[in-house]
Design a protein around this ligand. Structure first.
Ligand code: OAD
Length: 251
C-alpha cells in the first residue's frame, strides 16, 4: 500500500490565505531531506564513543577545547556540503506572501537563510558562525588553527567557539523574546519538523494557541503536540510545506 494522499483542509488554506501575521517554528526534520545529520546521527566513527555532554557543553569546552572545536568543524563541513530542500524554499516563499512573518528555528545549519528566508530567529544559534568564548563577539574572519587548539579571538585572545547553544546553556534572550512575541501575535503558527519536546521552544505552540492562533503541525510522526494542534499534516516537510503554500498562494 502507498502512503495516504496528502489533503490540505480547505479551512486551513482559507485561514493561511487570510492571515496577516504568520509564524513558523522549525526543527531538525525540516533539514532531514537536505541530508543534514542530527546531532546523534553525526556521531559516527571516532565520535561515536563520546557522550553528547563531552561534545556540546561549556564544561566539555573548558576541559577539551580542541575536541569540541573539531566536532563542530566536522559538522560545519557537513552543512557546507548540503543544500536547502523544497521545505526551506516553501517557507521563504510563504514569507514573501504574508505581511507580517517570523520564522523561529531550532536548526543551526543556516539553510533557511540560504533558501531566501529573511525574517529568521535562530533559537539555538548557527554552526557556521564563530564567537569569542569570553566576550561573545561574533568574529567574521577566522582561520582554522594550524596548531592543536581552537583559534583565538583577535580582540582579546580567548578561544573562539561555535555560535551555538550548548546543553546547559540559555537560549539567546533576544531570539527567544522575538519568537514568543511572534507566537502571541500570529494568526497561524506552523510547527514543522520538530519533536516539540525541547523547551523553551516547545512551549511556543501552546502560547500561540492560547493567544488565539491556529496551530498546524507538519511532521511524518506523532509528537506531543499532535493531540493539541488544530491541524496535523502528516508527511515529510519537503512535500507538505510546498503543497500547503501552493494551495494558499497559487502562482
Ligand atoms: P528532533 O531530532 O528532536 O526531532 C526531529 C523531528 O523531525 C521528529 O519529530 C521527526 O518525526 C521529524 N521529522 C523527521 N523527518 C522529517 C521530515 N522529512 N519532515 C518533517 N519532519 C520530519 O529535532 P528538534 O525538534 O529540532 O537542541 O530538536 C530540538 C533540539 O533538540 C535541537 O535543536 C537540539 C536537540 O537537543 C540543541 O542542540 C540545543
Amino acid at each position: 500500500m502507498g502512503s495516504p494522499a496528502l489533503v490540505i483542509p480547505g479551512d486551513l488554506v482559507a485561514a493561511l490565505r487570510a492571515a496577516r501575521d504568520v509564524a513558523v517554528l522549525t526543527g531538525a526534520g525540516v533539514s532531514a531531506e537536505s541530508g543534514v545529520p542530527t546531532f546523534r546521527d553525526a556521531q559516527q566513527g571516532l565520535w561515536a564513543q563520546f557522550d553528547p555532554r563531552e561534545l556540546a557543553t561549556p564544561a566539555a569546552f573548558a576541559r577539551n577545547p580542541k575536541r569540541v572545536w573539531d566536532w563542530y568543524a566536522m559538522r560545519r563541513e557537513m552543512v557546507a556540503r548540503v543544500a536547502p530542500n523544497p521545505a526551506h524554499f516553501a517557507l521563504a516563499e510563504l514569507e514573501r506572501r504574508v505581511p507580517a512573518f517570523l520564522l523561529a528555528t531550532q536548526n543551526v545549519d543556516g539553510l533557511h537563510q540560504r533558501a531566501g528566508s529573511v525574517r529568521v530567529v535562530e533559537l539555538h544559534g548557527n554552526i557556521t558562525r564563530v564567537r569569542c568564548a569570553d566576550e561573545g563577539t561574533v568574529v567574521a574572519q577566522w582561520c582554522e588553527p594550524a596548531d592543536a587548539l581552537p583559534p583565538r579571538c583577535p580582540a582579546c585572545g580567548a578561544f573562539l567557539r561555535p555560535d551555538v547553544v550548548w546543553f546547559e546553556e540559555m537560549l539567546p534572550a533576544d531570539a527567544l523574546a522575538a519568537a514568543e512575541d511572534a507566537a502571541r501575535r500570529c494568526e497561524v503558527l506552523i510547527v514543522a519538523g520538530t519533536s516539540a519536546e525541547v523547551y523553551p521552544a516547545a512551549a511556543l505552540p501552546a502560547q500561540a494557541q492560547r493567544a488565539g492562533a491556529l496551530v498546524v503541525e507538519v511532521n511524518p510522526n506523532e509528537t506531543p503536540l499532535s493531540a493539541d494542534a488544530d491541524h496535523v499534516l502528516r508527511g515529510p516537510a519537503g512535500v507538505v510545506l510546498p503543497a500547503l503554500v501552493a494551495a494558499a498562494f497559487p502562482r
